[in-house]
Design a protein around this ligand. Structure first.
Ligand SMILES: C[S@@+](CC[C@H](N)C(=O)[O-])C[C@H]1O[C@@H](n2cnc3c(N)ncnc32)[C@H](O)[C@@H]1O
Length: 212
């Protein structure tokens, strides 16, 4: 099965499962924290900003951003299911003048943006595509989550779970060193225990601060 077919079949259940509230132990707390952290950072942009989100899914991140911070929001995802559901939400909230959505591969076009963001995308694309993204958007601010290669029990469980449950196989786990090399000298890494083995590679203005 291609990754595109996989995400078309999976995106809506993946999002429901990852973002649903649970009363008891939450196996998906790191994905929720990732979304929370990204919106916390993006909401610190003080002036109206041009956002580009790659692998945007149904727009969970966009919904967390204060509309008064948004000059324009472009979302790119190769899953038409994701784009259709994002589009529905945009229409419902009457924000069609602010948001434009593109159903295509994240490397197909280069869009103007002040900040390029992705959550959970790098884990599913090849190193050659990451190289292209880094090159395409080298002069913009960026914030990308990724799964950091670690020798940890949680990563081993995640890997087995993905092989068992995901028809597209396991996601990529990459070392920070490899990503820092691809994104260049301005890139930095952020880790937090609540992200588990997730991390961010980023280059953001100095006034934008991570939560401690
Ligand atoms: C793990 S999901 C994350 C969705 C959303 N960013 C979130 O965090 O809630 C990964 C998303 O990336 C999209 N995706 C994966 N590979 C892609 C590619 N090559 N081009 C565009 N979108 C891609 C999938 O369709 C899916 O919506």
């Amino acid at each position: 099965m291609t990754k595109k077919d996989f995400w078309n079949q999976t995106i809506s259940s993946w999002e429901k499962n990852k973002y649903k509230k649970t009363k008891y132990f939450d196996f998906n707390s790191s994905v929720k924290f990732r979304l929370q952290m990204a919106s916390y950072l993006l909401n610190q942009f003080s002036k109206k900003t041009k956002y580009l989100e790659l692998g945007c899914g149904s727009g969970y991140l966009w919904k967390q951003i204060n509309p008064s911070c948004i000059e324009s929001y472009r979302g790119v995802d190769f899953s038409n299911k994701a784009i259709e559901s994002f589009q529905k939400e945009v229409k419902k909230l009457n924000k069609t003048n602010q948001v434009s959505l593109f159903c295509e591969d994240c490397t197909k076009n280069i869009y103007p943006a002040e900040i390029v963001v992705s959550l959970g995308l790098l884990d599913w694309i090849s190193t050659d595509k990451i190289k292209l993204l880094a090159k395409n958007y080298k002069s913009t601010w960026f914030l990308h989550s990724f799964s950091e290669k670690r020798n940890s029990l949680s990563q081993w469980i995640h890997h087995c779970y993905s092989l068992w449950n995901y028809k597209a196989g396991s996601p990529y786990y990459r070392s920070s060193k490899e990503l820092l090399f691809l994104f260049g000298p301005q890139a930095k890494i952020y880790r937090h225990p609540k992200l588990s083995f997730g991390a961010f590679i980023y280059n953001l203005p100095k006034n934008i601060k991570f939560k401690c």
